[in-house]
Design a protein around this ligand. Structure first.
Ligand code: GLN
Ligand code: ZN
Length: 768
């Protein structure tokens, strides 16, 4: 039985790659120094995997920015707009072109936009979306992959296994940049280049090559299925003497099982953490000779593997296939997991004993294999840890479980229907038409960040810290009053991050020191870990909202993060369904909403930035998810009186397929990101006749550009064409914490002016 790994985190255990890239971009180190950092990380990663006894070790899984962008460069898929960069950047060669594609290029009189970035399937990792044209050609443009293999081979010998993004997924995860063709039809032109690459790797000595085809776990059209058949048949016909492994992950193969097992390759990898149930069907259909890699160790979470569970799956496979045809592996690339649990010195040792990061997961893979081969001595310690977690009082809180188990319809419904609430709220707040507000955060200046850092280090005491935050808050309020905003916010100066801030105050969460995971390029995130039943020991935001409200006569909006977003941006428990954890969080946030109401806060925003990204990959699973996600939001929002106005906020733009569920959330007001699409996505709301109030973002907060009054007024006019004017609010696309004050002030002054203009444009009849 062989063990293998599909990919290893590349940022370095101390985020060396992040730091080196940022220094390189700032011109502080040169290419040689950058490459040296990369070389060290790779060598260390390979050694770790060797030491863990892994038989097939990935190479070419390293990337300076993103593995899909690497693939685009390898295949010469370089959008036309970079052609001048290509000729400009002679000194360092392709890497500057590569970074320009990732980050945009503003130098030497050039101003070229970056390529689009989007989430890698259902993860929080973002890849750079390949851009295809009708006449797209492919050729080996960048030869990096061969160098990567050569250096891996020096260290690993025959264990070195190059990893490529598979040709079909590469096309499917890209985008047509002009009309008149379908990118999947490019497969005919693409396959010959893959054949060349595979043959060259073989000549260099490669025994195994891994082709990642995560799209095999998605809903596929007939044409897409045919593309898989065509691609792998063509490759099989034209390469020999090298073993191909197709890797799938993140969901079950389902109706693609027959297709996947009949691809003419040597091995298929399946994700048995996300979809253990698929093993039976795969075993039933697997043809003679195909090897099966069992992804039994969770590559996307932080928990110790339950060896018994994994061994049962392996046993089943071995019975049918024999040990020779079975490989043991993590479920997917370990890119999505933090690197080394040993570096965490501050985690409660009892809980730490239930956890495993990338390095530990490789040991698990090796131990599981050894046990499967008869070394039973290794089972005991694992059993003990799993059992301890199962029964620990740190995890299980009966009162929390009872509350969630007793959820009723009434917990998830406001007292009255929206029209009744709207009437009461309009009377209470007496706001003008097109009321203006912001999404919550104001610029997090260096001063503010330093305040929090000093407080954390103990260089400031509570009183000093809170005084300083109070001053920043008062400033922001004075200034909002001055420019004439209608509903004010306190600015979120006390918050580091919209999830961490709540996680730190809730029971059932823990935080790591080094548990970084790559989000995109040099950006890493350190998600909280939800290990136990979640509850709220005390008020979390009331102190700041109350303080802020006392500074002004205008309505002050309370500001919370919603349960689905907290879940989605954390490492979650694997010992209960996600919806149960979400409902626990929902009750905790609900109690905070009620506490805010009792403190006199009349408008409360519950941000659900991540509802859409939790959407399952497979269509069939979406209704169930949307049901519980919407239900959880409603639980948080339904503890208050009719006259309390609940807002929600979502910063993305595709609502078409989920609009009915967005409406079912029944927030009194929703604010969304619309400016970049020129209000186009409001169509979904108009078409659906969205019943509640809505604040379509009138300016893009992702850039320092200050939009003019006219520009925003015309967007508002567009919105008023589509939706009843009395339902419309005026706000930016999202929070302003990444912006600087000067541009923020200028933009908001214009925004308030635009709202005034819109008020003058419409007759009073329309807004009553
Ligand atoms: N209230 C948050 C803020 O303004 C919302 C952020 C978000 O939606 N991502 O920062
Ligand atoms: Zn947002």
């Amino acid at each position: 039985m062989l063990t293998q790994n599909l990919g290893y985190p590349r940022i370095g255990s101390q985020r060396q790659l992040k730091k080196a890239c940022e220094q390189y971009w700032a011109g502080k180190i040169d290419l040689r120094e950058l490459k040296e950092v990369a070389r060290k990380i790779k060598a260390e990663n390979w050694q770790t995997q060797l030491d863990a006894g892994i038989d097939l070790i990935p190479c070419n899984d390293f990337s300076f920015y993103d593995q899909v962008l690497d693939t685009s460069l390898m295949l010469g898929v370089i959008p036309q707009r970079y052609s001048s960069v290509l000729s400009e950047v002679k000194a360092n060669g392709e890497i500057d072109l590569y970074f320009a594609m990732a980050r945009g290029y503003q130098k030497d009189g050039l101003d070229i936009t970056a390529m689009e970035m989007t989430k890698w399937l259902d993860t929080n990792y973002h890849y750079i979306v390949p851009e295809f044209t009708a006449n797209q050609e492919f050729h080996i443009f960048n030869e990096n992959v061969f160098g990567e293999y050569n250096s891996a081979k020096q260290q690993l010998g025959q264990k070195a296994k190059p990893v490529l993004v598979g040709p079909v997924s590469y096309l499917l995860l890209g985008k047509e940049k002009e009309q008149g063709f379908e990118r999947i039809d490019l497969i005919k032109k693409l396959v010959p280049v893959y054949v060349d690459i595979i043959n060259r790797l073989k000549q260099l000595g490669s025994e195994w090559i891994q082709l990642d085809e995560p799209c095999l776990a998605l809903d596929l059209s007939k044409k897409e299925k045919e593309a898989f058949e065509f691609a792998y048949r063509s490759i099989a016909n034209r390469v020999s003497g090298v073993k191909l492994l197709v890797a799938t992950y993140f969901d079950a193969l389902l109706d693609n099982t027959q297709l996947a097992v009949s691809l003419p390759v040597n091995a298929l990898h399946i994700d048995l953490v996300r979809a253990p149930e698929q093993l039976d069907e795969v075993l039933a259909l697997i043809p003679e000779g195909l090897q099966l890699s069992l992804g039994v160790v969770d590559g996307r979470n932080v928990w110790k593997n339950d060896y018994e569970k994994s061994l049962n799956l392996i046993k089943k496979a071995v019975e049918k296939l024999g040990t020779d045809r079975v490989l043991v592996a993590p479920s997917c690339s370990l890119l999505h997991s933090p690197i080394d649990l040993d570096l965490e010195t501050a985690i409660d040792p009892e809980i730490k004993n239930w956890m495993a990061f990338a390095k530990q997961k490789l040991n698990e893979v090796n131990e599981i294999k050894q046990i499967a081969e008869g070394n039973n001595g290794l089972l005991q310690a694992n059993k003990k840890a799993i059992e301890a977690r199962r029964s620990s009082e740190k995890v299980h809180k009966q009162a929390v479980k009872n509350r969630v188990a007793a959820i009723t319809e009434a917990d998830a419904a406001r007292t009255s229907a929206f029209p009744v609430r709207q009437q009461l709220q309009h009377e209470r707040f007496n706001l003008p038409a097109f009321p203006t507000t912001t999404i919550g955060s104001f610029p997090q200046t260096d001063d503010i960040r330093q305040l929090r850092a000093k407080f954390k280090k103990g260089e400031l005491n509570v009183v000093q810290y809170e005084n300083a935050i109070e001053l920043a808050t008062i400033d922001a309020i004075r200034w909002q009053e001055e420019i004439g905003l209608d509903v004010l916010v306190h600015g979120e100066f006390e918050r580091n991050d919209m999830v961490e801030y709540f996680g730190e105050q809730l029971d059932g969460f823990l935080f790591t020191k080094n548990g970084w995971v790559q989000s995109y390029g040099s950006r890493c995130v350190k998600p909280p870990v939800i290990y136990g039943d979640v509850s709220r020991p005390k008020d979390m935001t009331v102190r700041w909202s109350k303080f802020a409200a006392a500074q002004t006569d205008k309505p002050m909006k309370g500001m919370l993060t919603g349960p689905v977003t907290i879940l989605q941006w954390s490492f979650v428990r694997d010992d209960q369904p996600r919806e149960v954890t979400t409902n626990q969080i929902a009750f905790a946030i609900r109690d905070e909403v009620v506490a805010l109401e009792q403190a006199g806060i009349g408008i409360i925003q519950i941000d659900e930035a991540a509802i859409r990204e939790g959407l399952p990959l497979r269509k069939a699973k979406r209704p169930h998810y949307l049901d519980w996600a919407v239900g959880a939001f409603r639980i948080t929002a339904s503890g208050v009186q009719d006259k309390t106005q609940i807002h929600t906020h979502m910063c993305y733009s595709e609502f078409n397929d989920i609009i009915e569920h967005i409406a079912a959330m029944d927030a009194d007001v929703i604010t969304i990101e619309t400016s970049r699409s020129q209000m186009e996505l409001l169509q979904a709301f108009a078409h659906f006749e969205y019943p509640n109030e809505i604040g379509p973002g009138v300016y893009d907060i992702h850039s320092p550009r200050v939009p003019g009054t006219e520009e925003m007024a015309s967007l508002l006019a567009k919105a008023a064409d589509l939706l009843p004017a009395r339902h419309l609010w005026v706000n930016p696309d999202c929070g302003l914490k990444t912006r600087k004050w000067p541009e923020t002030k200028a933009a908001l002054i214009n925004m308030v002016a635009a709202a005034k203009e819109a008020r003058e444009q419409i007759s009073t009849a329309e807004v009553i």
